[in-house]
Design a protein around this ligand. Structure first.
Ligand SMILES: [Fe+2]
Length: 211
């Protein structure tokens, strides 16, 4: 064994111990309300109302990074988001709630991660909704596509009592990884952080690119 390939040499060269790797964000179903036309609204804003209006809904900012399991940021990953509005209504012809729709709410958006793997969306907190007999806790749907992988998943809100009644959340292999954390909270704004972890390019256990 040469000195450069010995275990001690790898530690000295900064090789990442296996135990330090990040856990992949769990897959969750696409759901029935993926926009009929795929999200095409490039940008971070999903609501066109007047910011700060006392009569308007409180705002939610969701930001984070797309990383691989080695902790490396993934630049240029396409991050698609779609969700129900504050009344639990999707902008989709099959949405099942009788609540009125909010015409100021786009319902979906897409952007590419920057050089640090970061993304950021401004939106509203989605309402809970029923889909047939199923009660869904407030959540956002994400589809993240990198050069190597595509992940479909959902993000949930911290401290949300309905999480414990959501069968998809409860059925996940790691529900805690689907919950964002609070970065800042005011009476009119909730800032959340949620990192999304894809398999590393050298990980061959996800043939086909869907994890
Ligand atoms: Fe949904």
């Amino acid at each position: 064994m040469s000195s450069a390939s010995s275990p001690l040499a790898k530690i000295a060269l900064g090789a990442r111990p296996v135990a330090a790797r990040l856990e992949r964000t769990p897959h969750l179903i696409l759901g029935p309300f993926y926009p009929v036309a795929a999200p095409s609204r490039f940008g971070s804003e999903m609501w066109s109302g007047k910011p700060g209006s006392p009569a308007g809904p409180s705002r939610v900012r969701i930001s984070g990074r797309v990383l691989d399991t080695d902790g490396e940021p993934i630049q240029g990953a396409l991050v698609e988001v779609w969700q129900a509005d504050q009344h639990g209504r999707y902008r989709h012809p099959d949405t099942q709630t009788a609540q009125p729709s909010d015409s100021r709410f786009a319902g979906s958006a897409v952007q590419a991660t920057d050089g640090s793997g970061s993304y950021c969306f401004w939106t509203l907190k989605p309402g809970a909704y029923r889909n047939g007999p199923v009660c869904r806790a407030p959540h956002l749907h994400f589809q993240v596509t990198s050069r190597h992988y595509r992940l479909v998943t959902q993000m949930f809100f911290p401290g949300e009592p309905l999480n414990d009644r959501d069968r998809w959340y409860q059925g996940s292999r790691s529900p805690a990884l689907l919950v964002a954390r609070i970065a800042r909270k005011t009476p009119r704004m909730l800032a959340l952080t949620w990192d999304i972890v894809l398999a590393a390019p050298h990980d061959r256990s996800h043939a086909g690119g869907i994890q």
